[in-house]
Every structure is written in C-alpha cells, then in structure tokens.
Design a protein around this ligand. Structure first.
Ligand SMILES: Nc1nc2c(ncn2[C@@H]2O[C@H](COP(=O)(O)OP(=O)(O)O)[C@@H](O)[C@H]2O)c(=O)[nH]1
Ligand SMILES: [Mg+2]
Length: 443
C-alpha cells in the first residue's frame, strides 16, 4: 500500500471509531483528521497571480523561491505567454503562476489569443483556476513614480477574481530590487560585512517605501479589505551558462515565504515549505502534523475499542514520519518511515517506539488499568517520534542524536500530559488541553 492509500484507509477507519467517542472530543478529533487529510492527501501546488510591469522581477521571484533557475529571467518566452497558468517545478515542488503582464502596458494581443484583450485572456485563465494569492510586484525605486496605472490593473484583476470565485483573494505587495536603494553599495544580503548604521539606513529606506506603498494601496477602496501588507525583498541571483549559480543576493525571501504561508490554504502549505526549503517553516509544519497526530493517537487511546483496532495508531505514526520526511524533501513513501524507524531501532534495540505504544495500548483494554495513563503514553510517544523525525529529516542530525531527542521529548511530553491530567479530572477536557504548540525540542 502506498502512504496515500494507507492514510485514506486509516482515516476512514478512524472516523468510524470516532462514532464511539463522546462530544466534544469526537468533533475535535474529526477536525484533526480533516486537517491531516488536507495537509497530506489533498495537497496541491500553491497558485499565485503575478501583477507587475515587465522587469519588475516576477521571474526572478519564482527563482528566488526555489533557490534555483526554473524561470527565464530578463526576457519573456512564448511559453510564458500571458493568459496561461504556468507551472514551475524545481525538483522538490511546483508553484503555479499566472503572469498578468500586458494589462497595464496596453499592448496589442498576439498569437493564440488573437481576438482577446489582455484582460480577457487573463480572465479566461482565472476562470479555469482561482489563485491562492495575488502578488503585486513593483521595483523599490518605482514606488514613488506613477503607479496609478499599475494599481488600476491590480484592481481589475482582483475584481475579476472576486466576481468569478466569490472570494477576496489575499493581496500581498512585493517591493523588489531593494538592494538598489541608497546607500547603494551596502549589501543587504551580507549584513555581517557591513557597518550597522549603513545597514540601518538602507533598511529604514525599505521600510518607508513599504509604508508608502501600503498607504497607496489602502487608498483604493476596492483593494483595502483584501490587502495584507507590503514586503521588501531582493530576488537577485545570477547563473553561468553551465547552470551553476554565480551570485545569490537574495534578501528577506525566507520571511516572504513565511508571510505567504499564512495566506495559503492548508492544501498548498506542505508543497510551499517543501519547495522553498526554509527549515524553520518545515519545522512549523512538522510540529503541526505532530500535534495533530499526537492528539489523534491519544484520542484513539481513550476510545473504548477492541484491541484489534489499535492499528490506526501505528499507522498514524508511520504517516507522521513519512509526512515529515516529505516536508523536508524526501519522497512521500512508507519506506521513508520504515527506514527512519529501522535507523532509530538499530540503536534503540527492541524498544521501538511504535511497538511500545501498541503494547501500552493493548494494556488499556485489560481490565483494571486506567486508559488515560496510556493515552499519555500514546501522546508522548507520538510527540517524541515527530520531534525525532523532524530533527533527522529537516536538520539532518545523526541517528544517535535523533534517538536522544526521542527519549528526551518523550519524558517531557509525558510529564506535560501528567501535569495537565492533575489539573483536569475529565478525560475529554484533558485531551483538548494538551493540544498545544509547545516546543519540546531539547535544544
Ligand atoms: N538588483 C536586482 N535585480 C533584480 C531583482 N529582481 C530582478 N532583477 C533583475 O531585473 C531584471 C528583470 O527581472 P525579471 O525577473 O525577468 O522580471 P519580469 O519581467 O518581471 O519577469 C533581470 O535582469 C533580473 O536579474 C532584484 O531584486 N534586485
Ligand atoms: Mg518574466
């Protein structure tokens, strides 16, 4: 079975189990299953509409997100013809972009969309697929210049989207070419080798431009309520003919990814953190997955079910490991999880986490043993697996370090669970209260 089939199968079985769980826990756990599905099963590439003049840096932004050359910079090729969603793939993932260039230039349509105006051809593409966000790109030095025309184009695009899809798509303004601001030779991307006051001066200039642009956009009533913020960046990278990178002057791209991540629907998040390779964000998604699975496992543990039904717990944990492996850039396979467990098991010996949890769970169905204790074991075991897997796949720690993290996290998670248990005499209340984003990383 592939991980996908396994997850589909197990989440269906879990939902059946939840029929025996009292409210509000059942509802809460159903929501978690839905979240897990969206994150791991219904995932798809993020979709952005790019609005900005020729040369604003749209293709460069795509490359900056990937950290590699996936889009042609400097000139437009036929394949990036306007009015088509274009997929850019960089090994670890895909983004879909719709370049709206041409709207504000008022150029005569060419080629395939012969009779269509630029706006109509873009509208046709928008009809096909709704975007997750609109990115408005403008060069730092052009923010002061006449940008009313660009804003008109932006308003048109946003209006069309709203009319077609009945939602207000988040709008993020990206101020590009910030590296070219005065003081000119101060390198934003290499702050250690610059004087602090020089850097500050340049950063303040960026800030002022962001504020100015924000104000300009907010003045447009049609945009005000979907506008999120303006974000200054440098997307500059250059490549040699042989494809190797000659220069990387990217600045604040990781923050932009972080920022955009919040605006994306669940389905597009895993793909986005995977392709952009921002470790802190990969950790954030991993922690979410871990928390979801930990409370699901604890939920299953307090469910009065026959021993034969404990399968979902081990499956969920295996999915968690594979999911974290996937977020880090591995392929979405059960093998990823097995390999990790094998590696950990090699030093942990027979006490493999999954088996231990299963054994503990088996016990709870024996008469006389309180189930909540074991829910704590399931919870702590899952947290430990999640944190060890994140350290192993995302940070690349070695097996023995992963094992240490596993042990430490399990102890901490267990004591957290027990503390919460003392505060609450109700199983269901307890389950809901341990579902937090507490950081268990030992370092
Ligand atoms: N210095 C600097 N140059 C940039 C930046 N972004 C793009 N460029 C350059 O601007 C030119 C146009 O960029 P491109 O991405 O093709 O713009 P597009 O027409 O909007 O797709 C290219 O020469 C890029 O190398 C940036 O942030 N800083
Ligand atoms: Mg381009």
């Amino acid at each position: 079975m592939t991980l996908r089939e396994e997850l589909v199968d197990k989440s269906v079985r879990l939902e059946e189990l939840l029929d025996r769980v009292p409210e509000p826990v059942a509802r809460e756990l159903r929501e978690k299953i839905a979240e897990l599905r969206e994150l791991l099963l219904e995932q798809r590439p993020p979709r952005f509409v790019l609005v900005g003049r020729r040369g604003a840096g749209k293709s460069s932004l795509v490359n900056a997100l990937f950290g590699r050359q996936v889009a042609e910079v400097g000139h437009e090729k036929a394949k990036t013809r306007r009015g088509t969603w274009w997929s850019y793939s960089g090994g670890l993932g895909t983004v879909e972009m719709l370049d709206t260039r041409g709207i504000q230039e008022g150029t005569v349509p060419e080629g395939a969309d012969g009779e269509l105006t630029p706006l109509d051809s873009i509208a046709r593409a928008l009809e096909e697929k709704g975007p997750d966000a609109v990115l408005f790109l403008i060069k730092a030095k052009e923010v002061d210049a006449a940008i009313e025309g660009d804003l008109d184009a932006l308003v048109e695009v946003c209006k069309r989207i709203r009319k077609m899809h009945h939602y207000r798509v988040p709008l993020v303004a990206v101020v590009t070419h910030c590296d070219e601001l005065e003081p000119k030779n101060v390198r934003l991307h290499d702050p250690e080798s610059e004087r602090a006051d020089d850097l500050e001066e340049k950063q303040q200039r960026v800030e002022r431009i962001e504020e100015h642009l924000e104000q300009k956009i907010r003045e447009r009533d049609e945009l005000a309520d979907q506008f999120v913020a303006a974000h200054g960046i440098s997307a500059y990278q250059s490549w040699r003919r042989d494809g190797t990178r000659r220069a990387d002057e990217r600045w604040r791209i990781e923050e932009l990814v972080d920022f955009l991540l919040d605006e994306l629907p669940e389905q597009a998040r895993v793909e986005f953190v995977r392709l952009s390779q921002v470790k802190a964000l990969q950790h954030r998604i991993s922690r979410r997955l871990t928390n979801i699975v930990a409370s699901l496992c604890a939920g299953v543990a307090v469910t009065p079910v026959p021993v034969a039904d404990i399968g979902p717990i081990t499956s969920l944990q295996t999915s968690l490991i594979s999911g974290i492996g996937y977020v880090s850039g591995r392929s979405m396979e059960l093998k990823t999880a097995t390999e990790f467990l094998g590696a950990i098991g090699a030093t942990v010996g027979a006490a493999v986490a999954l088996r231990e949890v299963a054994r503990a769970l088996a016990k709870i169905f024996a008469p006389g043993l309180g189930s909540v204790v074991s829910a704590g074991v399931a919870f702590a075991g899952t947290k430990a697996i999640g944190h060890a897997a994140a350290a192993y796949f995302i940070d690349g720690v070695d097996v023995s370090k992963a094992k240490t993290i596993f042990e430490k996290t399990r102890k901490r998670a267990k004591s957290l669970y027990e503390t919460k248990k003392l505060e609450s005499d109700d199983d269901t209340e307890l389950l809901l209260s341990v579902d937090d984003d507490e950081d268990f990383s030992p370092d």
